[in-house]
Design a protein around this ligand. Structure first.
Ligand SMILES: O=C(O)[C@H]1O[C@H](OP(=O)(O)OP(=O)(O)OC[C@H]2O[C@@H](n3ccc(=O)[nH]c3=O)[C@H](O)[C@@H]2O)[C@H](O)[C@@H](O)[C@H]1O
Length: 429
């Protein structure tokens, strides 16, 4: 593809005709006609550049039309207001996502200021994100529609509110989708993360940052349970690789700019208002519709297992991390001292195989699944996950309390209600 410069600067300027009608002028500059031509081109280039800039500006105005203005700023400020003594003011990215919506509601419930940010992308049904937004809005949480790659928007948000914390949950999730759309992982999990960190580093005061890493960083690690000090240099998927890269990138920003940073390695989070792309959710949909489900199996027909972790436990882990985050030391891009850099597993410490997950769903749904077992394709999956959570327990008292049986019961109740299978049940969080 030609660059913009290539298009504005023809490669054969000599072929351009000068205006022969002005012979006097032509004679005067005959010896320097090439220079004259170049001057003309420069003027044309400047004009083109200016009009291009105005196109870009108007384009970006169009792209960001949903934010800005006095009314918008007022909504942001109001939503960020703290309603308890010692409360915090949090920018939650990915606020209409699964974990983001739950964390936002929990923060709000205890009186913290919350402003959401979400790009409402269509990785999965955006109507679910809009429903979550309505729920947030009903509790007084304003969600800004925008992308973490939009530096102007992020700068504006920090201009309007001196956020004490950022809960960074916006990401391209999903392990297997990376085969289909690798660039989306680079865009959100690498470029978007750096953009956010650039804003946070420049903010004055700098916020403390808590962000979502993933259990997938353990990749092919075989030592169980997985501890934070185990090796994480064998990712099995691009998703895992971008989350691991995020851990290295955040370390750099902590080191250079004094940002207080906590990375949370979530272990297969599930629950009400969950993500339709995840196995427990899509299995539920298929079972209810009488469609078969595909269950992957490892080598020698070994069942895959996950340390499935219930959303309420994850929310407690997120709030505990925010409360114990410590403070960033820098301001305006300058480090003033060392700041905490932490990484924690947030899991359930009780792995369950996928067929047993299906057994539990069958029981709660009262419908038999049509099971189709296939050998695990080379798509980025790992055979099992199992968290050691002693670090999070020691640091902020993290203690998961919901087993898979109980958590899936709550999920199924929500699912039947939300999708209208049980019109009597109320649609509540
Ligand atoms: O902990 C994480 O960091 C990640 O957790 C989640 O990934 P996973 O643990 O892969 O969850 P999920 O897709 O529910 O598959 C569960 C099991 O079902 C198996 N599985 C899946 C699909 C299918 O059709 N059949 C099947 O057997 C599958 O092989 C697996 O054994 C998040 O999606 C991810 O964003 C990230 O946050």
């Amino acid at each position: 593809m030609p660059s913009i410069e290539d298009e504005l600067f023809p490669s054969t300027p000599g072929k351009f005709k000068i205006d022969r009608s002005n012979r006097q002028l032509h004679r005067c500059f005959a010896s320097t006609s090439t220079m004259f031509l170049w001057a003309l081109f420069l003027i044309a280039l400047t004009a083109s550049y200016l009009s291009f800039q105005s196109f870009v500006d108007s384009g970006s105005r169009y792209l960001t039309a949903s934010w800005g203005g006095i009314q918008w700023e007022k909504q942001v400020r109001t939503s960020a207001q703290i309603h308890r003594s010692g409360g915090i003011s949090v920018l939650v990215t990915g606020a209409t996502g699964f974990v983001g919506s739950h964390v936002s509601l929990a923060l709000r419930k205890r009186g913290d200021g919350v402003v959401g940010l979400d790009n409402f992308n269509n990785y999965y049904d955006p109507s679910l994100k809009r429903a979550r937004r309505s729920l947030l809005s009903s509790r007084g949480i304003f969600v800004v529609e925008g992308d973490i790659n939009d530096a102007k928007l992020l700068a504006k948000l920090f201009d309007v509110v001196a956020f004490t914390h950022v809960m960074h949950l916006a990401a391209q999730a999903g392990v297997r989708y990376a085969l289909e759309n690798p660039q989306s992982y680079v865009h959100s999990n690498i470029a978007g993360l750096v953009n956010l960190l650039e804003t946070c580093k420049a903010a004055n005061p700098q916020p403390a940052i808590v962000w979502a890493s993933s259990s997938s960083v353990y990749g092919l690690n075989e030592k169980v349970p997985f501890s934070e000090s185990d090796r994480t240099d064998q990712p099995a998927s691009l998703y895992a690789a971008t989350k691991k890269a995020g851990e290295e990138i955040t370390h750099t920003y902590n080191h250079i700019y004094g940002l207080a940073i906590t990375g949370l390695r979530f272990f297969t989070v599930y629950g009400p208002w969950g993500r339709p792309d995840m196995a427990y959710f899509s299995f539920t949909r298929n079972i209810l519709q009488g469609k078969p489900i595909t269950i992957y199996r490892g080598k020698n027909r070994v069942d895959l297992a996950r340390d499935f972790t219930y959303i309420d436990d994850i929310v407690k882990g997120c709030l505990g991390s925010l409360d114990s985050s410590g403070k960033s030391t820098g301001s305006g891009g300058k480090k003033r001292g060392a700041a905490p850099y932490r990484i924690f597993n947030l899991g359930n410490t009780a792995p369950v195989t996928v067929p047993i997950l299906v057994d539990i769903l069958e029981k709660h749904l009262k419908v038999k699944a049509k099971r189709n077992f296939v050998e695990m394709p080379g798509n980025g999956d790992v055979p099992f996950t199992h968290a050691n959570i002693s670090s999070a327990r020691n640091e902020f008292g993290y203690k998961p309390t919901t087993d898979l049986e109980t958590g899936l019961k709550k999920f199924v109740r929500w699912y039947l209600s939300y999708y209208g299978y049980n019109t009597k049940a109320k649609l509540v969080h």
